[in-house]
Design a protein around this ligand. Structure first.
Ligand code: GLN
Length: 541
C-alpha cells in the first residue's frame, strides 16, 4: 500500500516547501524507503515552459522533455531521481484533460463539475504517478499558499484522499513562516496560526507543522504552534536558516521528524543512513579553496532563474573542496558601457548561461570574447554555446556580421539558425527540442576526458542550433566540435584546445547534476577555475 504525504504552505509563498518536501523524501530514503515527489502548480498554464524565468524562476527540464516547475529540480537533486513530466500537475493540465473527456463524451448526460470531475482527475493523476513509480511513499507538494482561490480544487482532492486511502496511509504537513520582529526579537506565530485555521476551514487538519524561521524556534513559540495547531509538541518541527540548503534533511531528522513520520504511517522504524549525504554537506560547508565566477546573463536580478546552474556549480565545487562564489552580472551592463567588461579580469571564471531573445546578447558576446582573449576559464550553456560560436565566427574566422537568426533574422552569416523542424511552428508550448538525447563524443578531446565515455545522454531545450554550412570553417580556425548528435548533423559540444578551459554545450548539464555526482562540464569548469588560480599550466581533472 502506497503512503501519501501532502505538503501545504501558509502565510506566504517561497517559504521553502520544496526544500521541506525534498528533505522528507531524503529522510525516508535514508531509511531505505522508495519515494517519488509530485509538484502541484495551481496556475492555469499547462506547463512552466511558457513562463518568464524572471518572474517565476527557471524552467526545469526532465529526461522525458517535460518543462516543469523548478521544485522538480530540488526533488531530483535531493533524491537522485529522474522524474517524469507527470510529476508536475497544473490546473492547465487537469482542466485540459477534463474538458477533452467531456468533448469525447466520457461524462455523457452529466453536468461536469469541480467536485467530483476535476478532483477525481487530480486524485487519479497523483495515484498514477505513485503506482507507476512503484514507491513506498509518494510526496505531493501543493504550490502557492493555503487560501489562494486557485489551490482550492487541489486541497479538496487531497482532503478526499484521506477518506479513500485511510488515516494510516496519509499525512498532512503544513509549512509556514514564523517571522521574528526586528525590534523585540520576538517569534510571531499568529500568521502561522491563521494559515492552519484556513486549512482546517476546508477540512484538513495537519498532522505535522514545520515552522520556517530564521532561527530555531523557542519553546514558547513551539508550545503555541502545537496548542493552536491542535497537534502534540513532538509534531512541530523547525526549518531554520542553515549555511547550505542540503543541511535541511539533517536538521529536521535530528529533531525527530523522520522517525515521527515513520511511526505515524506505520512504516518499520529503521536507523537512517546519511553517510554519503553528510560527506557531501561537509565538503560544501568546509571548503579549502574558493573561486569567483561571473555569471553574465539576462535574468541576473533573480537568482532562481539560474538555480540548477548555480547548484551544479556548487556540486562541482564540493568535488574539489572549493567554495564557488557566483556574481550575477546583467549582460546589458557591458553594452551600455563597453569598458566595464574589464571588470571580468577579477574573476576566476566566466559563465554564460541559457537565454532567449536579443536583449543582452551582445553583452554576453563581449564577455565571451574577453574570456577567450584573456585565457579565463569559460563555460557556455545553450545560448552561451551558441553565442560562443557567433563570437568565434566574428572575431577569429573574420565573419564580421555573423549572428544567430534569433537575434538578427537577416544576418549575412547565420552561423546559428533555426532547426529545420522548427520552421512553421506556431504554438509556443512544448514545441522546442526537449529532453534527453544521445550525444557522441570525439575521442582525445577535453569532452572525452571529462565524460569518460563516447556516448552520453543530456537534456535539451532549444529551437536554434549551429548551422552546418559553417561548421567546417569554424573547425578550420581551431574550434573543435567534440560532441555531436549520432547522425553527426547537430553540434552539441565545443571546445578550444588552445585555451586553458573554453567549453560550451548545446545541452544543459545542470539538470543531471546531483550532490556527490557533479555534472562533468560543471565540475570541469570549477576545477579549471581553481587550477588556473593555483597557477597550474593546464587543468588537472
Ligand atoms: N534561445 C536559444 C534557442 O532557442 C537558446 C535556448 C536556451 O538557452 N535554452 O535555441
Amino acid at each position: 500500500m502506497v503512503k501519501y504525504i501532502f505538503v501545504t504552505g501558509g502565510v506566504l509563498s517561497s517559504v521553502g516547501k520544496g526544500i521541506v518536501t525534498s528533505s522528507i523524501g531524503k529522510m525516508l530514503q535514508a531509511r531505505g524507503f522508495k519515494v517519488t515527489a509530485i509538484k502541484i502548480d495551481p496556475y492555469v498554464n499547462v506547463d512552466a515552459g511558457t513562463m518568464n524565468p524572471y518572474m517565476h524562476g527557471e524552467v526545469y527540464v526532465t529526461d522525458d522533455g517535460g518543462e516543469t516547475d523548478l521544485d522538480l529540480g530540488w526533488y531530483e537533486r535531493f533524491l537522485d531521481l529522474d522524474l517524469r513530466k507527470e510529476n508536475n500537475i497544473t490546473t492547465g493540465i487537469v482542466y485540459k484533460a477534463v474538458i477533452e473527456k467531456e468533448r469525447r463524451g466520457d461524462f455523457l448526460g452529466r453536468c461536469v463539475q469541480i467536485v467530483p470531475h476535476v478532483t477525481n482527475e487530480i486524485k487519479s493523476r497523483i495515484r498514477n504517478v505513485a503506482l507507476n513509480a512503484k514507491v513506498d511513499v509518494a510526496l505531493t507538494e501543493v504550490g502557492g499558499t493555503v487560501g489562494d482561490i486557485e489551490g482550492l480544487p487541489f486541497l479538496e482532492a487531497i482532503r478526499q484522499m484521506r477518506l479513500e486511502e485511510g488515516y494510516e496511509n496519509t499525512l498532512y504537513v503544513h509549512v509556514a513562516l514564523v517571522p521574528i520582529l526586528d525590534v523585540t526579537k520576538e517569534m510571531k506565530t499568529k500568521p502561522l496560526q491563521h494559515s492552519v485555521n484556513e486549512l482546517r476551514r476546508i477540512g484538513i487538519q495537519p498532522d505535522i507543522i514545520v515552522a520556517r524561521c530564521s532561527k530555531m524556534i523557542d519553546s514558547e513559540a513551539l508550545r503555541k504552534i502545537a496548542l493552536f495547531g491542535t497537534i502534540p509538541e513532538n509534531a512541530v518541527f523547525c526549518s531554520y536558516n542553515v549555511e547550505s540548503i542540503y543541511q535541511v534533511p539533517l536538521i529536521l531528522d535530528e529533531q525527530g521528524m523522520g522517525s515521527f513520520i515513520c511511526k505515524r504511517l506505520g512504516l518499520p522504524e529503521r536507523k537512517p543512513d546519511f553517510e554519503n549525504w553528510r560527506k557531501f554537506v561537509d565538503a560544501v560547508i568546509n571548503p579549502e579553496y574558493e573561486v569567483k565566477i561571473a555569471l553574465v546573463g539576462k535574468y541576473a536580478g533573480l537568482a532562481d532563474s539560474y538555480v540548477s546552474m548555480s547548484e551544479a556549480l556548487r556540486h562541482g565545487g564540493a568535488a574539489c573542496k572549493t567554495k564557488v562564489n557566483i556574481h550575477y552580472i546583467e549582460a546589458e551592463t557591458f553594452e551600455k558601457n563597453p569598458n566595464k567588461v574589464q571588470m571580468l579580469k577579477e574573476f576566476d571564471g566566466i559563465f554564460v548561461p541559457y537565454g532567449f531573445g536579443s536583449r543582452g546578447a551582445e553583452g554576453k558576446i563581449m564577455a565571451i570574447k574577453f574570456a577567450r582573449e584573456n585565457n579565463i576559464p569559460f563555460l557556455g550553456i545553450c545560448f552561451g554555446f551558441q553565442l560562443a560560436v557567433v563570437e568565434f565566427a566574428r572575431n577569429v574566422c573574420g565573419l564580421e556580421k555573423a549572428n544567430s537568426t534569433e537575434i538578427d533574422p537577416n544576418t549575412l552569416h547565420p552561423v546559428i539558425d533555426l532547426m529545420p523542424e522548427q520552421r512553421g511552428i506556431e504554438y509556443k508550448g512544448a514545441t522546442m527540442r526537449l529532453g534527453a538525447h544521445k550525444i557522441v563524443i570525439k575521442p582525445n578531446t577535453m569532452a572525452h576526458m571529462l565524460y569518460k565515455s563516447e556516448e552520453i545522454y543530456e537534456r535539451h531545450r532549444h529551437r536554434f542550433e549551429v548551422n552546418m554550412d559553417y561548421a567546417e570553417k569554424l573547425e578550420k580556425n581551431g574550434l573543435v566540435f567534440s560532441g555531436r548528435s549520432p547522425d553527426g548533423r547537430r553540434m552539441e559540444i565545443l571546445e578550444l584546445p588552445s585555451h586553458f578551459f573554453f567549453f560550451a554545450t548545446q545541452f544543459h548539464g545542470e539538470f543531471k547534476s546531483r550532490p556527490g555526482k557533479p555534472d562533468p562540464e560543471y565540475y570541469g569548469f570549477v576545477k579549471a577555475c581553481l587550477d588556473k588560480k593555483l597557477g597550474k599550466t593546464k587543468p588537472d581533472f
